[in-house]
Design a protein around this ligand. Structure first.
Ligand code: ATP
Ligand code: MG
Length: 437
């Protein structure tokens, strides 16, 4: 992508309304534009990151055996009356009526809709277990939308739902999702710690929040300090095996949100206990028959009876993760994208646009990178070198390849790793191989 043709409206000034670093950097890098309080348009650079995160989430959901669907954003109030949640949900739910006077709402979550789909089609224990998910916009009329996409009113969530014959089987589904979450966040370069959590309004008796530690996080958490170096080995997950022993081993290490933490009974000695703030990036629940009973989602059992299915729901804040990753990975100069979610892999910086030899060298390398399938953003603007460096550090692509008149003459480029700042002068071909590598 040539920067002169792209739409990346970076800002020089730090926006005053942004209180936390990820929000500031997203605005300055031209990733999002606020449309109204807590509601954002995603500009090209931000949208690319959102799509990368979404794709990792999708792949790990698929790997865990869940199937993707797409449910609507606008839902009928009737279903929520059936489940009994319509009156209780409160002001966070955006309610409206259609032209026929029917009560509608913009979905804050999808337990009702998915249960309605399930009960219509699935009638036998033989069709269980099932896990379905979608990645869809939600609306919650938060009292205090803030921190940019971290606490929006409209936000993108992956929500999955599991259906099982009984509690024992439901816990297996829960275990699969638990591991899928660890794998998902691991692939994004995040250390997300699963914490025993309060089940809140969804109800139920088993719940974990996945939290990444960040000073600006809204959750107060307590965990054993060894969580910081715990390796979850997420790449090696066999979803056909019983994952529970592995989860038991992992959760030997204490971690709890403040609602669940009790200093009096905490098993961790004070010197090993980490008190920190964090951002909730995912939340999983097992809630039994709390929805299947009122909505009457039942299947035939092996002995010929009928039973309400046991369900779980599993959310990931896809749009919140964009901010969360930046909170976890940045420096004074800007964002440092982990490779897996970077909007482009390489920034190709032409230091003297208009100089024939430099342009030729840059164009040639741009062609080769594109040919090799490397996502490259070519800074072909007629700008000062300093301004280009500042912008490219701000947007934080993993690699920078810098070409100037001196290097063009000598047949070398400078290759810089954004995360470490390490630089080396090498031949263009060698740089190409390194970034492909
Ligand atoms: P929070 O405690 O942060 O308000 P929640 O517990 O209400 O979140 P869930 O219902 O568990 O949220 O939603 C699943 C996931 O969706 C959360 O783990 C979070 O990552 C994301 N999420 C929830 N609310 C928002 C929001 N207002 N803006 C962005 N992401 C959100
Ligand atoms: Mg939650």
């Amino acid at each position: 992508m040539r920067l002169t043709r792209y739409f990346m409206p970076t800002l020089k000034e730090t926006p005053t309304e942004a209180q936390i670093v990820s929000h500031r950097l997203m605005l300055r890098a031209g990733m999002v534009r606020q449309a109204s309080a807590g509601i954002y348009s995603w500009l090209p650079l931000g949208f690319r990151v959102l799509k990368k995160i979404e794709q990792i989430v999708r792949e790990e959901q698929d790997r865990a055996g869940a199937h993707e669907v797409l449910m609507p954003t606008v839902q009928s109030a009737d279903l929520w009356r059936e489940s009994g949640r319509y009156d209780h949900y409160g002001k966070e739910m955006l309610r409206f009526t259609d032209r026929h006077g029917r009560d509608m709402l913009y979905g804050p979550t999808n337990e009702e809709v998915i249960t309605d789909i399930f009960r219509f089609y699935v009638k036998s224990y033989r069709d269980l277990p099932k896990m379905l998910y979608h990645i869809q916009w939600k609306f919650r009329d938060e009292v205090r939308p803030r921190f940019g996409v971290m606490r929006g009113r409209e936000f993108l969530m992956k929500d999955a739902y599991s259906f099982d014959l009984d509690a024992e089987a439901a816990r297996l589904s829960y275990a699969k999702m638990f591991m899928a979450y660890l794998a998902t966040f691991d692939r994004m370069g995040l250390k997300a710690i699963p914490m025993r959590a309060d089940t809140g309004p969804i109800g139920g008796d088993l719940s974990h929040e996945f939290i990444i530690l960040a000073e600006t996080g809204e959750s107060e958490v307590y965990c054993h300090k060894d969580w910081l170096n715990q390796d979850v080995d997420a790449a090696n997950i066999d979803y056909e095996s019983d994952l529970r022993p592995r989860i038991d081993a992992l959760t030997q290490l204490y971690a709890a949100t403040d609602e669940m933490h009790d200093a009096a009974t905490c098993p961790v000695p004070a010197e090993d206990l980490l008190m920190a703030r964090g951002v909730e990036v995912g939340h999983i629940f097992y809630f039994g028959t709390n929805y299947s009973a009122p909505l009457n989602a039942a299947v035939q059992t092996p002995d010929g009876g009928q039973a309400h299915v046991h369900m779980g729901s599993y959310g990931i804040g896809v749009s919140r993760l964009v901010g969360g990753i930046i909170e976890a990975s940045h420096d004074e100069a800007g964002i440092i994208w982990p490779d897996a979610v970077a909007p482009f892999k390489v920034a190709l910086i032409n230091l003297r646009q208009g100089d024939a030899a430099t342009d030729a060298a840059a164009e040639s390398l741009y062609g080769k990178l594109s040919q090799a399938g490397v996502e490259v953003l070519y800074d072909d603007r007629e700008e000062r070198a300093g301004a280009k460096f500042a912008d490219m550090d701000l947007i934080g692509l993993p690699w920078q390849i810098i070409i100037g008149p001196r290097g063009a003459k000598a047949g070398v480029v400078e290759l810089k790793r954004r995360a470490t700042g390490d630089r080396e002068e090498i031949a263009p071909e060698a740089a190409l191989q390194r970034v492909i590598g």
